[in-house]
Design a protein. Structure first.
Length: 130
């Protein structure tokens, strides 16, 4: 007696143009939190909508770049804090806050441009995902 194999999940239908544009803009807005929202949006919708694929990749590449910069800032702050016997910690908090403000501004700019029907390319982002 053979055991029945579970059926493969049915492919999801393509997104409508409005849904595609909406999820693409959400990918940009998601960078305000972390790189996880653009990653989830890109993985779930890359095959269902062309705009979600392109804009999701762009937002994810920006999120990865910012995460790398954030880790580098943390390492530099830690080293300088130790070298200066803690004095750097008094002013070192400015760098991560400035990075977050930078991310918020560019994410809002990208999200609003995409939600208006355009496309957005961040002024700097390493293109990890082509």
């Amino acid at each position: 007696m053979t055991t029945p194999q579970p059926a493969a999940p049915a492919p999801q239908p393509p997104l409508t143009a409005a849904e595609d544009q909406q999820w693409a803009s959400f990918a940009h807005f998601g960078n305000i939190l972390t790189l996880i929202p653009p990653l989830i949006i890109w993985v779930l919708f890359k095959d269902r909508g062309a705009k979600s694929n392109v804009e999701g990749k762009e937002a994810l590449n920006f999120g990865i770049t910012v995460a790398i910069i954030g880790v580098a800032i943390g390492i530099v702050n830690g080293i300088l804090g130790l070298v200066t016997l803690g004095f750097w910690f008094v002013i070192g908090w400015i760098l991560p806050v400035a990075l977050w403000v930078f991310v918020v501004l560019f994410s809002i700019q990208g999200g609003t441009k995409v939600s208006a029907g355009g496309s957005y390319r961040y002024p700097f982002a390493i293109r990890f995902i082509k």
